[in-house]
Design a protein around this ligand. Structure first.
Ligand code: MG
Length: 380
């Protein structure tokens, strides 16, 4: 932590937290509504993530006690799969969730039958269909030969898993899946969607971008937008595969973030949020505040979000008035204001380096002159 940061953190108690922190990093620009390390930026929601439990914001789809979240895909009738030893066992017919989902994080545990029967695609076959479209293959691949793009953890028919991390038949194993659906803008596909899969904690699909939808034998390219949300489906393939501990978290599309970085950032949305932030912060500014430094720093924060002539003119005047005040002080009085002067100079530098203030800024020049004359900066 350098001296300016320390000064800023110490000074936090004397003024508002946001005033100082906002001018600590690079300021907002056309694609970022917040500065780097912006203390005004809303914090992520707090959730509980206790060991061995679903996260507190997860939707539990199966906890071993009932099949209420599921129905038969064919007729949406009650789920007829067996409930055995805290697991749901593939019985007859494909099942789907009653609720629909789009982009998600899915945790699911599965076990192929302990009694090994069949071979290749006929041994412990099932599958998890994200949005009913993309199959993450479930298959007993413990000493069982089959084609690579049909192994456990493959995106069926498209791409094999990076490694075969299968446990032996009868042992439960985990899939942790992060799924993003294809993104369309009208008839134009902006992104094909992607999937990341960890099998027993091992990365086996690394942000695979879909080529199509899951099919047997045939490549089927993505051609049209799905409904926004669709049920999760689990395949019936004639083998009594068991599932347990299934939970899902809905996650935002990367394109949902339009105000700060990423592929979805839109200048219009960024500027609207910057304007809103500036307007909100400006309400705290008291121009008759006898502490001119506080007002200056608050207004400098405001213009870092949205610079307007109506804000810059009084800001310049106040800066000039503060320099006049300092000009009347002797060395001892200036020393007492050292932290204010250094912090204010620091803010002007951030704004200059980000093009908000011009590099001929009179306030910065005036403050720098005092800093040099009074030897406030240690020479190295
Ligand atoms: Mg399958």
């Amino acid at each position: 932590m350098n001296m300016r940061m320390i000064a800023a953190f110490i000074a936090v108690g004397a003024t508002t937290l946001s005033t100082l922190a906002a001018l600590y990093g690079d300021t907002p620009n056309d694609t970022h509504a917040w500065s780097v390390h912006d203390m005004n930026r809303p914090r992520p929601k707090v959730i509980q993530a206790e060991a061995g439990k679903p996260p507190s914001d997860a939707i539990v789809l199966f906890d071993g006690t009932n099949l209420d979240a599921w129905c038969m895909s064919k007729d949406q009738g009650p789920c007829k799969w067996n409930l055995v030893d805290g697991a749901m066992e593939v019985t007859k017919g494909e099942v789907r969730t009653k609720q629909s989902f789009g982009d998600c994080q899915l945790h699911i545990e599965w076990a192929s039958p302990a009694a090994v029967k069949g071979e290749g695609q006929g041994r412990g076959n099932s599958g998890i269909f994200l949005m009913g479209q993309h199959e993450v293959q479930v298959l007993d691949c413990y000493n069982n030969e089959t084609y690579a793009d049909g192994q456990a953890g493959s995106i069926y028919g498209e791409t094999p898993p990076l490694v075969n991390a299968c446990r032996k038949p009868g042992d439960f194993q985990t899939y942790d899946i992060i799924f993003h659906q294809p993104v369309w803008e009208g008839d134009v596909m902006k992104h094909p969607g992607s999937i990341t899969v960890l099998h027993n904690g091992v990365l086996i699909q690394d942000h695979w971008e879909f080529e199509g939808t899951a099919t047997h034998k045939t490549r089927k390219p993505l051609t049209k937008k799905y409904e926004e949300k669709l049920p999760l489906r689990i395949q019936y393939h004639g083998n009594p595969v068991r599932y347990r501990n299934i939970w899902i978290r809905e996650i935002p599309s990367r394109y949902a973030n339009t105000t700060h970085g990423g592929p979805g950032a839109k200048k219009e949305a960024v500027m609207a949020l910057r304007k809103e932030t500036a307007t909100t912060l400006e309400k705290n500014v008291k121009w008759d505040n006898p502490n001119k430094v506080e007002t200056l720093r608050q207004m400098m924060e405001v213009v870092s979000y949205e610079k307007t002539d109506a804000r810059m003119e009084p800001l310049k005047k106040l800066g000039a008035a503060y320099l006049e005040e300092l000009a009347k002080l002797d060395a001892e009085a200036l020393k007492a204001k050292k932290s204010d002067i250094m912090a204010l100079r620091g803010d002007t530098q951030v704004l200059i380096s980000n093009g908000v203030f011009s590099d001929t800024c009179k306030l910065r020049a005036g403050l720098q002159k005092i800093i040099d004359e009074q030897g406030f900066e240690k020479k190295r």
